[in-house]
Ligand binder design. Structure first.
Ligand SMILES: *Cc1c(COP(=O)(O)O)cnc(C)c1O
Length: 406
């Protein structure tokens, strides 16, 4: 292991300041654990923002990357490569969606979904181009996906906004119905709104939405960038709701830490023609090899059962911690969970949990998704003992927080 280097020795101000980051530089990870440059260790239940399906530095992904790096990195967007063909075929088999386009991020997958819907409208719906999206939704940080998002504040920065999105309240079927007009071509949503604070769709709302889309000839676009690849306890979250999307987007967990996203669509919705869509790095062999390794691990016997079991364990522990310390409700599915707090102390609590790291004592990394809410998104192969430890660290943190004056 390398020697220790204090935070002050890193020229971190060479990076643009786009977010608040703690004063630590991370140098190594293994499974559910991260180490900073001074040797402090952290039990990580953020995992690259719900990205590291198999935890940090997983052997299957490391091996696939090493093997593929020596074989073929990138043949180019104008040529087929064996890894992309194999990954597309496997995603087709798993999802029942006929066609796949690979991207470098979740936002780019959603951007592709928006383009596909607009093309579908131009071809089949008399030029209809408007997409209904939802309050508090999050679809990415490109200009179009920011416009599609309902995240507060996104509508006022980087003006002028991309037009063509109509926003309605989440889980409000009557509002969707009222918003449908001659120019509407699609409805786009998350099944669990992750960035909003882990807010779940009502099953009845989704069933009604599917019927509405069928009745009006609209495409139903499901953004599974965060919920997909077993995060919610099934390979795709939409199967838990019995929902059949026309278009689905993936990202985050698909590459297990390697940047890859995917746009999937039914045969009927797959209306791109040569020249409509592309990208220099899209579907390169290296990232596709990593995603194939992630899928192989996720589909191995017992893996998804562990997600469900650890999800039940973490949920039960959070409910118990909430009861013991007078906190709020626990929400979410599988290993995408939230804990509501009794006051807006999420940032302070998260800082305190992290800063307990010293010597051999571990810190805990968890996401303050809202001022009054924590989000939990551990590695999907987290162990029973690691969940137990995370809950013990939370308990100690809450004891400190709830004993300090309000
Ligand atoms: C993270 C996320 C995105 C954006 O993905 P990036 O890879 O950051 O571009 C889009 N949709 C949802 C639901 C997300 O959680």
């Amino acid at each position: 292991m390398s020697g220790t280097l204090a935070f002050e020795h890193y020229p971190t101000d060479a990076l643009m300041r786009v977010t608040h980051r703690p004063e630590a530089v991370f140098v190594r990870g293994q499974g559910s654990w991260l180490w900073d440059s001074t040797g402090r260790r952290y039990l990580d239940l953020v995992q690259g923002w719900a990205v590291n399906t198999l935890g940090h530095a997983p052997a299957p992904v490391a091996q696939a990357l090493a093997r593929q790096a020596g074989q073929l990195l990138h043949a180019g967007p104008g040529l087929y490569n064996d890894q992309a063909v194999a990954l597309a075929h496997q995603l087709k088999q798993l999802s029942g969606l006929a066609r796949v386009f690979f991207t470098n991020s979740g936002a780019e997958a959603n951007e592709g979904a928006i383009k596909l819907a607009r093309k579908f409208g131009a071809l089949h719906r008399g030029g209809a181009s408007s997409i209904i999206t939802f309050g508090d939704s999050f679809h990415g940080r490109t200009l179009a996906t920011m416009a599609a998002s309902g995240k507060p504040g996104f509508d006022s920065i980087f003006q002028p906004a991309v037009p063509g999105f109509v926003k309605v309240p989440y889980n409000d079927l009557a509002a969707v119905q009222a918003a449908i007009g001659r120019d509407t071509v699609a409805v786009m949503l998350e099944l669990v709104q992750g960035e909003a604070g882990v807010i779940e769709a009502d099953p009845g709302f989704l069933q009604g939405l599917r019927l509405l889309c069928d009745r009006h000839g609209l495409l139903l676009i499901v953004d599974e960038v965060q919920t997909g690849i077993a995060r919610c306890g099934s390979l795709f979250a939409h199967t838990q709701f019995g929902l059949k999307p026309d278009i689905m987007t993936l990202g985050k967990g698909l590459g297990g830490g390697v940047p890859i996203g995917a746009l999937l669509a039914t045969e009927a919705a797959s209306c791109f023609e040569p020249g409509d869509q592309g990208g220099t790095y899209n579907g390169n062999a290296l990232v596709c090899a990593a995603a194939l390794a992630v899928l192989q691990a996720v589909l191995a016997p017992g893996f998804i059962e562990n997600v469900a079991a650890r999800g039940r364990q973490l949920r039960a522990g959070l409910v118990e911690a909430s009861r013991r310390h007078g906190q709020g409700a626990v929400g979410g599915r599988g290993l995408l969970l939230s804990l509501a707090l009794d006051r807006p102390m999420a940032q302070a609590l998260v800082d305190a949990l992290r800063e307990r790291a010293s010597g051999d004592a571990p810190g805990l990394l968890v996401n303050p998704v809202r001022p009054q809410r924590l989000r939990w998104m551990p590695a999907l192969n987290i162990s029973e003992a690691e969940v137990e430890l995370a809950l013990a660290l939370l308990d100690a943190g809450l004891r400190g927080a709830t004993h300090s004056p309000r």
